[in-house]
Write a protein that binds this ligand. Structure first.
Ligand code: CA
Length: 375
């Protein structure tokens, strides 16, 4: 083998001829090989079959598609040793019973968002979305690299579940309305579909939050069961057809600045897998996490253009006075949530500390770039 010099390395890397063991030996005492977990990994032909239940309607764009890709990637990487069958919401269990289905072992793995379980685990909401909270980039950084995942795992361990990130919507839109929202008083009596902590904030502003499944929103808005609805962003909202029955499309989604989706796995089922299959599951989930965010980002610009130029949608922005007051309500509500129990306080404090530091950095980087450099 040729001596490893910078010149040979560049030549070898370009040609793809430098072998992995050579590179690992060259990395010195902190090389990757020494950091992998100890013990042999016995690879056998044993096949595993998992059921993946989702909170999304069958074949739902992006969210359901991501689950199908995830299952395909796992199947391909494992050579078929882990075969995952995907069930849309309602096909095996109702959408909001995914948590219990995976917890009890009726299903092996689930896809949803942590704020759907707020009734059981209030502090789970910190791992999905906090109004005026972290965006996708910051939340991914906190969960995967900033200690968030360890807190999330500890929270779900009591339920025999292993959580991990499984997608992110990016910053959402503020919703569809048939009347202008010019002051906070315009929220008074407004029946609006808004889940999670955002719904609590809306209620404090005088509104009437309604929790409806995605499949019921169009009819609800058309028939006047609700006056307004939020959903996700231009791509998904266009597919839902809201521009046909609502006049104003408001920005920004103050209530969901970057909602994280989750994968939950029955802990016993995860531990039954050999280590290589466990690593494949985690790798596919990480790919799904990025794929989902990228899919929304790739499509939102295209569909925003359609909404503006083809559908002539009236796009508005909430004014700063409204947003400032909603932010104050959010601070009150998240503080109340954190005060419920010691673990919620621990998660909230960790979330806030990370958010503040990430925001201080963003003010010198992303914010300057968006405000001053990107037109
Ligand atoms: Ca939403």
């Amino acid at each position: 083998m040729a001596k490893l010099t910078r010149k040979n390395f560049l030549k070898g890397a370009a040609l793809g001829t430098i072998s992995l063991p050579f590179l690992i030996r060259g990395c010195g005492p902190t090389n990757i090989a020494q950091n992998t977990s100890s013990g042999p990994n016995i690879i056998t032909d044993k096949k595993f079959q998992w059921k993946l239940v989702t909170t999304w309607p069958p074949n739902f764009p992006v969210l359901g598609e991501g689950c199908t890709y995830f299952a395909n990637w796992v199947r391909e990487m494992s050579g078929g040793r882990l075969d995952i069958k995907v069930f849309g919401g309602g096909e095996l269990v109702p959408p909001l019973e995914v948590f219990d289905a995976v917890r009890t072992g009726a299903a092996d793995i689930g896809s949803g968002a942590a704020y759907y379980w707020a009734g059981k685990i209030p502090s789970a909401q910190f791992f999905a979305s906090v109004p005026f909270g972290m965006n996708a980039q910051q939340l991914n950084a906190w969960i995967d690299n900033g200690g968030g995942l360890q807190l999330w795992e500890a929270l779900y361990a009591d339920y025999g579940l292993v959580p991990m990130s499984g997608g992110n919507t990016g910053v959402q839109m503020g919703g569809w309305f048939n009347r202008e929202i010019n002051s906070l008083s315009d929220f008074k009596g407004l029946k609006m579909r808004m889940p999670g902590l955002g719904g609590k904030v809306l209620k404090r502003a005088g509104g009437s939050p309604v929790l409806l499944a995605g499949s019921e929103l169009y009819t609800g808005l058309e028939k006047g069961t609700i006056d307004a609805t939020e959903w996700i962003g231009p791509y998904h909202d266009y597919k839902m057809g809201f521009h046909q029955i609502a006049k104003y499309y408001y920005s920004p989604g103050w209530h969901e600045a970057g909602t994280a989706l989750e994968i939950i796995i029955n802990k016993n089922k995860m531990e039954e897998l050999p280590k290589d299959l466990q690593a494949i599951v985690r790798t596919a989930a990480a790919r799904m996490n990025l794929w989902t965010l990228s899919e929304f980002e790739a499509k939102n610009g295209i569909y925003l253009d359609k909404l503006i130029n083809e559908e002539k949608v009236d796009i508005r922005k909430f004014n700063p006075e409204i947003l400032n007051q909603l932010r104050t309500y959010t601070e009150e509500i998240t503080e109340e949530l954190a005060s419920q129990d010691a673990f919620s306080r621990k998660v909230y404090d960790a979330y806030q500390k990370f958010r503040q530091q990430a925001t201080n950095w963003s003010k010198l980087s992303e914010k300057v770039y968006y405000n001053d450099l990107q037109i």
